[in-house]
Structure formats: structure tokens, C-alpha cells
Design a protein around this ligand. Structure first.
Ligand SMILES: Cc1cc2nc3c(=O)[nH]c(=O)nc-3n(C[C@H](O)[C@H](O)[C@H](O)COP(=O)(O)O)c2cc1C
Length: 197
């Protein structure tokens, strides 16, 4: 499927663009800027990696006690913004978030490298770190604790799914007359419109 594929399913279009980005991007084609906000509307943004997408939505994993985790617990709404420089394309997603199931989080956690699994235990993400040594020591201690057998998923580490209410596919066009196709969720379908660039 090419970037000009015609379909009224924005998830299929997104997957087609992601497949192209996987070929053309030098690293992390699934990197995406995640915006969250406090209940009174103060925003914050950071990069995460998209680890799943289907008709339900867009999944990423993180520490639930991190800044983003706290903001999502208090205000379960998020926005995602992908930008693939190699393709001159961007995708924006907005919607409510829900927790992924324990089974889904367990399966993804189990697929991660051993050191990444230990790192999830060792990192008090977003809280002050006294020294690099303290972090490396914590990783080593969890390495000893879980030297034998499976490393369980920490209870404070899981995933969120952004349930898309609005998806925008943006393509660079000559003279900055870019193409913007917006898909608004309506029931089980999508209302499609195009916007001025
Ligand atoms: C390319 C890239 C991918 C990242 N992926 C993740 C991720 O999937 N999950 C995560 O928690 N942090 C990820 N990070 C780190 C976050 O950007 C951020 O530093 C961290 O999650 C703490 O954010 P917070 O303090 O706003 O919660 C990534 C950073 C970069 C640059």
C-alpha cells in the first residue's frame, strides 16, 4: 500500500505509513511524542515507543508512577504525534486512555530483554536520582533477586491504550500546501474531512 492509498480506515492508513517508516527511518520509526495534562490543563510531552496498534487504539508502556503515569491517572486523556522526517509525514492521535489488560502487559513485558525487565524494576521513573551508581546498583540487586526463574512484571509498570477520537494524517506537499486528512470517530465508523494546511 502506498502513501496515497485510498481507504476510509485511518488505522489501516496508519499501519501502511508505519510500514513505510520502518523501511525509511534510520531508527525507532515507532517513536512518538505523547502529550498528557494535569486535571487543570497544564500539558507536558515526552517521547515513547508505540508497541501496538489495532482497531481499539495505540499502545505504549511505561512506569505508572512516572510523571506521565500520574497525569494519566488524574486526567485519562492523551495526544500522540508521530513525525517521520524521511517520509515528510505526520500522524496525530487524540483520545481517552485506558489501561491495557494485565495479560497484555505481561506478554509484552516478557518479550523485553532481561536487562530492560530489570531496568523497569530498578527505575523510579521521573523521581530524583542521587547518582548513576545508585541506578546501576539497583539493576544489579534486582539481577541477583531474579537470578533464577522468571522476572515478574512490576505492579507499577504497564501499558496504556489511546482510544482514538480523532486521527489526522498529514503529508508534505509542494509550497507548504500540505494535505491534512482528519478522521473523527462516530459510533463504529469515521467521519472524514480535510483541513486547510
Ligand atoms: C525515542 C524515545 C523513546 C522512549 N520510549 C519510552 C517508552 O516507551 N516508555 C517510557 O516510559 N519512556 C520512554 N522514553 C523516555 C521518555 O521520553 C521520558 O523520559 C520518560 O518516560 C519519563 O517521562 P515523564 O517524566 O514525563 O513520565 C523514550 C524516550 C525516547 C527519546
Amino acid at each position: 500500500m502506498s502513501g496515497s492509498a485510498t481507504t476510509d480506515d485511518p488505522i489501516a492508513l496508519f499501519e501502511a505509513w508505519m510500514a513505510e517508516a520502518a523501511v525509511s527511518e534510520p531508527s525507532d520509526p515507532n517513536a512518538v511524542c505523547l502529550a498528557t495534562a494535569t486535571p487543570d490543563g497544564v500539558p507536558s510531552a515526552r517521547m515513547v515507543l508505540l508497541k501496538g496498534v489495532d482497531a481499539r487504539g495505540f499502545v505504549f508502556y511505561t512506569n505508572l508512577e512516572s510523571r506521565k503515569g500520574g497525569e494519566l491517572a488524574a486526567n485519562p486523556n492523551a495526544a500522540l504525534c508521530f513525525h517521520w522526517k524521511s517520509l515528510a509525514r505526520s500522524v496525530r492521535v487524540e483520545g481517552a486512555v485506558e489501561a491495557v489488560s494485565d495479560a497484555e502487559a505481561d506478554a509484552y513485558y516478557a518479550s523485553r530483554a532481561r536487562t530492560s525487565r530489570l531496568g523497569a524494576w530498578a527505575s523510579k521513573q521521573s523521581r530524583p536520582l542521587e547518582s548513576r551508581f545508585a541506578l546501576e546498583k539497583a539493576v544489579a540487586e534486582y539481577g541477583l533477586k531474579y537470578a533464577i526463574g522468571e522476572i515478574p512484571r512490576p505492579g507499577f509498570w504497564s501499558g496504556f491504550r489511546v482510544l482514538p477520537r480523532r486521527i489526522e494524517l498529514w503529508r508534505d506537499m509542494p509550497f507548504r500546501l500540505h494535505e491534512r486528512r482528519v478522521f473523527h470517530r462516530v459510533g463504529d465508523g469515521w467521519r472524514i474531512e480535510t483541513l486547510y494546511p
